[in-house]
Design a protein around this ligand. Structure first.
Ligand SMILES: NC(=O)c1ccc[n+]([C@@H]2O[C@H](COP(=O)([O-])OP(=O)(O)OC[C@H]3O[C@@H](n4cnc5c(N)ncnc54)[C@H](OP(=O)(O)O)[C@@H]3O)[C@@H](O)[C@H]2O)c1
Length: 374
């Protein structure tokens, strides 16, 4: 079989990069401060392309995807093409740089998707490959890759986690009813989708209004994924969260952080500290927790993505400060009525700069997702 022409090669490159991106999702949310990267090694000995090695960033962040894929390919990597969803690393950390590993394995081509904004890598990974005579093709499905590893890219560039605002709206645009506790707005299938979103996030954040009104557990309750619940964070300047709440009682399984004022009641603080609650001392801005500073602290704790689950006041505050990177709205089929709590946002009032990424249905419920460029 003849070598593929330029157009044919571009189609092949997109196809294998799409496969590498799908593969990279396997460890999303489980790779600590590293992104979950995918690598596929493909060789063509004249009978058409054949995958000889695959790898995903391991749980905890090491080894990197390239190392795993090269180990699987062994000698077959020589002369092959490596598809990497992120520029290969160029710095000596706990392991030697992946760019050098690709050179040593003798690959002939490297096709990359996203560039790494980390100053220790940025452009240097590709430069090592080119200096060794390897053909490098950059930015294949770059937008798709950036969207998938937004948490890592945002944390690298902005020193804060990606903020995903997720709300469930009734058919008439309400979030709930004051004094009514947790109002079921969406059905079971949508709820399961929320569990999946939680499993891929590093933190879930709510205001104390929601914690008191709904007494949520904010955990992942899907069979097999129960151990994938991320840390919970409550904005609670005066430490009003009761010890008897589900958030506190679940602390032996999932960490709980309270963002409280330094002047808040020390007695309440020590009671909760004794049962394992961790406190993030917060600055106050206009009567609320100073959000940019809080996000910086969460990033320093290693979080690359935070799912903000409400309520209305907290959602408004994140939106007003331009701190939301992704908006996810579920919409149930029933109305709540005039007395309901109005949502600060709905599908017809998405802030400028966001573009709709996808729209789906989960049973009776609608779902739409918007992102803005990083
Ligand atoms: N449908 C949905 O998707 C959804 C999701 C969540 C909640 N809800 C509903 O929403 C209702 C609760 O919403 P809510 O608006 O009353 O309360 P909320 O937004 O959950 O919490 C607001 C409280 O958080 C604290 N806070 C600290 N820093 C803040 C900041 N920077 N910005 C905003 N708040 C800050 C404030 O109390 P301190 O001053 O004491 O710190 C504030 O009063 C409940 O009825 C719940 O069922 C619906």
């Amino acid at each position: 079989m003849a070598a593929p022409g330029k157009a044919e090669q571009e189609v092949l490159d997109r196809r294998f990069m799409a496969a590498a991106l799908r593969l990279s999702r396997r460890n999303a949310g489980r790779t600590s401060t590293n992104p979950s990267v995918g690598t596929i090694i493909v060789r063509d000995d004249g009978a058409g392309p054949m995958i000889v090695g695959t790898g995903v960033t391991a749980i905890g962040g090491r080894p990197h995807a390239e190392t795993e894929a090269l180990a699987e390919a062994g000698e077959l990597a020589r002369g092959a093409t490596a598809y990497v969803t992120l520029e290969p690393c160029a710095h000596h950390g706990r392991t030697p740089p992946c760019a050098n590993a690709l050179v040593n394995a003798g690959v002939a081509r490297v096709v990359g998707a996203a560039s790494d904004p980390d100053p220790r890598v940025s452009g240097k990974g590709y430069a090592i490959l080119r200096a060794a005579g390897i053909e490098v093709v950059e930015k294949v499905l770059a937008a798709e890759a950036a969207e998938q590893m937004a948490g890592y890219l945002i944390r690298s560039l902005k020193k804060r986690p990606e903020v995903i605002l997720k709300l469930a709206l009734s058919a008439d645009g309400k979030l709930g009813r004051h004094g009514a506790g947790q109002v079921a707005i969406t059905g079971d299938i949508a709820r399961r989708e929320v569990y999946l979103m939680r499993a891929e996030a590093d933190g879930i954040l709510v205001g104390i209004g929601t914690a008191l009104e709904d007494d949520p557990a904010l955990t992942v309750r899907l069979p097999g994924l129960e151990n994938r619940s991320p840390a919970r964070i409550v904005l609670d300047r005066q430490i009003r969260l009761p010890e008897t709440s589900k958030l506190v009682s679940g602390i032996d399984r999932v960490p709980l952080y309270i963002a409280a004022c330094l002047e808040a009641d020390p007695l309440r603080r020590s009671v909760l500290e004794r049962v394992g609650v961790r406190f993030i001392g917060t600055e106050t801005h206009e009567g609320g927790v100073a959000l940019p500073e809080l996000l910086e602290d969460l990033s320093a704790l290693g979080m690359a993505s935070v799912l903000v689950e409400g309520g209305a006041k907290v959602a408004s505050a994140f939106l007003a400060e331009g701190l939301v990177d992704r908006i996810v709205l579920f919409q149930g089929p029933d109305g709540i009525g005039e007395e309901g709590i109005a949502s600060p946002i709905d599908a017809n009032h998405i802030p400028a700069g966001f573009r709709k990424l996808r729209e789906m249905r989960f049973g009776e419920d609608g779902y739409a997702e918007w992102v803005r460029d990083i």
